[in-house]
Design a protein. Structure first.
Length: 234
């Protein structure tokens, strides 16, 4: 579904990614793990068109997209839930959700998408008229993911979705991510919660200082010395 081939990305001529390559197959959960500053968020921003690579290519369902603007990439079926939630705090929950559905032209499609996210996150249905900024941190993260799902994406990209959440909410969040995937949405997950991410992932990549240094199934990476020592403290 997604093929990233040798992309190099810079900030003010300083390289952030060095010829990074990986693939995401339809129906998979693929995780990218690594420490702060490794370049994980940069990968997602480049796929979604917020950044453009200096070199290399990105293809989605056989179409090269690395020069497309973000709104075109959303239209193709890629949704990006950024780190830090980035909800519109002064708007209501419902208004935030409808902004996520702007690529859906018919009211029927928007209604179906809304029904789906309310089924996944019942608390959002209860709070739909509430200002988004008054939600708890966990509820705001639910809203951010739900807003991404409103475009009914083929590929959902999640950037640090468990950041700042209590352990109980983290468990519930990963259960929800698994359910979203089981319902047919492919997921690219960037996450510092390494054990949970790798237990969930079909395939995973370790990113260090802008380079992919290890890849394999989630279970395979959990058994490697690098992951155990660098990220699990074992």
């Amino acid at each position: 579904m997604l093929r990233v081939e040798k992309i190099k990305v810079c900030y003010d001529d300083v390289p952030a990614l060095h010829e990074v390559s990986f693939e995401v197959e339809k129906g998979q959960i693929v995780a990218i793990i690594g420490s702060n500053g490794a370049g994980k968020s940069t990968i997602l921003k480049t796929i979604s068109g917020l950044l453009h690579p200096v070199s290399g290519t990105i293809e989605f369902e056989g179409v090269r997209i690395d020069r497309y603007p973000p709104y075109s990439i959303v239209g193709l079926g890629i949704a990006h839930v950024p780190e830090g939630r980035r909800i519109f705090s002064r708007l209501s929950v419902l208004e935030n959700l409808y902004l996520g559905a702007y690529t859906r032209k018919s009211e029927e499609e928007r209604a179906e998408a809304l029904e789906h996210v309310f089924e996944l996150f019942p608390i959002l249905k209860e709070r739909q008229s509430q200002r988004a900024g008054t939600l708890s941190g966990g509820e705001q993260q639910m809203l951010a993911i739900a807003r991404g799902l409103m475009s009914r994406p083929k590929l959902l990209m999640l950037d640090e979705p468990s950041l700042g959440l209590m352990p109980l909410l983290v468990t519930k969040l990963f259960e929800t991510i698994k359910r979203i995937n089981e319902e047919g949405t492919t997921i690219l997950l960037v996450e510092q919660n390494v054990r949970e991410a790798l237990e969930l992932a079909d395939r995973a990549y370790v990113l260090m200082t802008g380079n992919i240094v290890l890849e394999g199934t989630g279970k395979e990476l959990l058994e490697t010395d690098l992951v155990r020592k660098a990220y699990l403290g074992m």
